[in-house]
Each structure stands twice: as structure tokens, then as C-alpha cells.
Design a protein around this ligand. Structure first.
Ligand SMILES: NC(=O)c1ccc[n+]([C@@H]2O[C@H](COP(=O)([O-])OP(=O)(O)OC[C@H]3O[C@@H](n4cnc5c(N)ncnc54)[C@H](OP(=O)(O)O)[C@@H]3O)[C@@H](O)[C@H]2O)c1
Length: 270
């Protein structure tokens, strides 16, 4: 019998999506439900998750479990990790929950910067560890990690955020090689600006300056492209032609030029 990794496309029966109560995570949940996958929805806001679950169950013949958890809380993260390793099998993990901050690093509260590292990096590592352990034992499964195009370059005034996303991309690339041939895949998603609550949740949406209309992506576009790319077993998913060009340029530009450009752009927006 062929190893599962020999199959050209992946198909998922049950997905766990973090940060499913809003934005890109909700879009992942809606897309997956329409494709017939059962779901486990994770975020803090239980009422919002339950409303989404009811909506999806009414529209599609699927099972939806609501798992309200704060991934910044060790017990919350452990509960989600336990679910990933348990039965019935989760064959797709979407590590999407994340947060950012905007401003001069020395003026941002330290506690919030550390929480950002814990959510964007710590919780993602924790859940990936739980999922990959179970998936590699079963020789099937996919992990989609939502990073950011901003992880491809340093981001002055979002230094911590850019750093966490550089970690997510590098971590995902390394694991992709570690599990190569095991039947398990990792896909990393690199969105540009997406119309969600993300900018407002930084507490400083005006700090981003005016973002031109053409630069905004819809959350559904990001989720749809990511699922398509992951299903085709691609490593990277970058939604939008313009962002694919930018990602390509960032990949070939000298590191010092990227850093200076990022610094100039940040000063321009002050
Ligand atoms: N929007 C963009 O422009 C953009 C660009 C590039 C990358 N991204 C990345 O895309 C991902 C999703 O962002 P988004 O734009 O959809 O943001 P969003 O609309 O702010 O949604 C964030 C989600 O994460 C959940 N969350 C936040 N803190 C959590 C915690 N402690 N425990 C559990 N869940 C938590 C939130 O739910 P609760 O509040 O209910 O917990 C919400 O469902 C993030 O990783 C972000 O870095 C976004």
C-alpha cells in the first residue's frame, strides 16, 4: 500500500481551529464546514463560538465541538493539547490564534509583549507538539500555522510581533523537513493586511496609518487559499498576487536592505 504521503492531496475528516471566534479563524471554520469536515472550535469567547457552531451545524451535516479555552492559561492550553492527542482523531490543526501590538517597543507594556510571545509562539509550539505526536503515529494529518508576511522581515514598531511570526515560519519550515515522508504535512500561511479585528485589538489601529484599499484581503480569501495550498501539500500559502510578489522580493532581497527599508517605512508612518 502507498504511504499516505504519496497521495497528491490531503483530505480532512476533523479539524481543530484556534482563534475560531473571529476573523481568519472563523473563515477557516466556515470553509472547512462547507467542505464537510467535523470541527473543534477553540477561543476564549464561548458564546461567540457556540453561535458559530449552531450556525455551521444548521447549514451543514457536521459535528461541531466548542472548546472554550484561554491559550495563555497553562490549563487552557493543556486541555486543547489533550484533545489533539485524543480520539476521535483530529487530522487537521489550524494554529491561528494570535495577537499583535503596535508602537515603540520601549513604550509598550512589557507584560503585553510577553503575552504576545506566549500566545503566538508558546501556545503554537505546545499545540503543534501535541498534534504532530499523534499525527506521526497515525502517519496522517496536517498542521497549518498562521504566520504573517511581516515575519519575512524585521518590523520596527511591531518588533515583538514580527519576531514571533519569523519564529512561526522558521519553526514550520524546520518541522516540515523533520516529518518529510511520514504522511504528515505542515503548511505556513503568510497573510498581508486582512480585514479582521486584529488591528483594533492591538489597541492602536491608527498607528498603522492609512492602509490603501487594494492592500486589504478578505479573511475568507486567506482561509480558502490556505486550505487549497495545504490540500496540495504546499509549504507556503500567500493569498493575493501583490503579496506573492512582495514575498518573493523579500526572499531574494539582501537582509540589510530589508532592515533599512523597514526602518524607513516605519519612520514615514510616525
Ligand atoms: N489581520 C491581519 O492583518 C493579519 C495579518 C497577518 C497575520 N495575521 C494572523 O492571523 C491570525 C488570526 O488573526 P485575525 O486577523 O483573524 O485576528 P482577530 O480577528 O483578532 O482574531 C483573533 C482570534 O484569536 C483568538 N484569541 C486571541 N487571544 C486568545 C487566547 N489567549 N486564547 C485563545 N484564543 C485567543 C480570538 O478569540 P477570543 O478573543 O474569543 O479568544 C480570535 O478568535 C493571527 O495569528 C494573526 O497574527 C493577521
Amino acid at each position: 500500500m502507498n504511504a499516505p504521503s504519496a497521495l497528491k492531496t490531503a483530505a480532512w475528516r476533523r479539524a481543530l481551529v484556534t482563534g475560531a471566534s473571529a476573523g481568519i479563524g472563523e473563515a477557516f471554520a466556515r470553509r472547512l464546514a462547507a467542505q464537510g469536515a467535523d470541527l473543534v472550535l477553540v477561543a476564549r469567547d464561548e458564546a461567540r463560538l457556540q453561535a458559530l457552531a449552531d450556525d455551521l451545524k444548521a447549514a451543514h451535516r457536521i459535528q461541531v465541538q466548542v472548546l472554550a479555552a484561554d491559550l495563555l492559561d497553562s490549563q487552557g492550553a493543556a486541555t486543547v493539547a489533550e484533545r489533539l492527542a485524543a480520539e476521535p482523531e483530529i487530522d487537521l490543526l489550524v494554529n491561528n490564534a494570535g495577537m499583535g501590538s503596535k508602537g515603540a517597543f520601549t513604550e509598550l507594556p512589557l507584560a503585553a509583549e510577553l503575552r504576545q510571545v506566549e500566545l503566538n509562539v508558546g501556545a503554537l509550539v505546545h499545540l503543534t507538539h501535541a498534534a504532530l505526536g499523534a499525527m506521526t503515529r497515525r502517519h496522517r494529518g496536517t498542521v497549518i500555522n498562521v504566520s504573517s508576511i511581516s515575519g519575512l522581515q524585521p518590523v520596527p514598531t511591531m518588533a515583538t510581533y514580527g519576531g514571533t511570526k519569523a519564529f512561526v515560519t522558521s519553526f514550520s519550515e524546520a518541522l516540515r523537513e523533520e516529518v518529510r515522508g511520514s504522511g504528515v504535512d505542515i503548511c505556513v500561511v503568510l497573510p498581508g493586511y486582512v480585514k479582521t479585528e486584529f488591528l483594533d485589538r492591538t489597541g492602536n489601529p491608527e498607528g498603522f496609518g492609512p492602509v490603501p484599499d487594494f492592500a486589504w484581503l478578505a479573511p475568507d480569501r486567506v482561509a480558502a487559499d490556505a486550505l487549497d495550498d495545504a490540500r496540495r501539500r504546499r509549504m507556503y500559502s500567500v493569498a493575493g498576487f501583490g503579496y506573492r510578489v512582495v514575498a518573493g522580493l523579500m526572499g531574494i532581497a539582501p537582509r540589510h536592505a530589508l532592515r533599512r527599508y523597514a526602518g524607513l517605512a516605519a519612520r514615514h508612518h510616525k
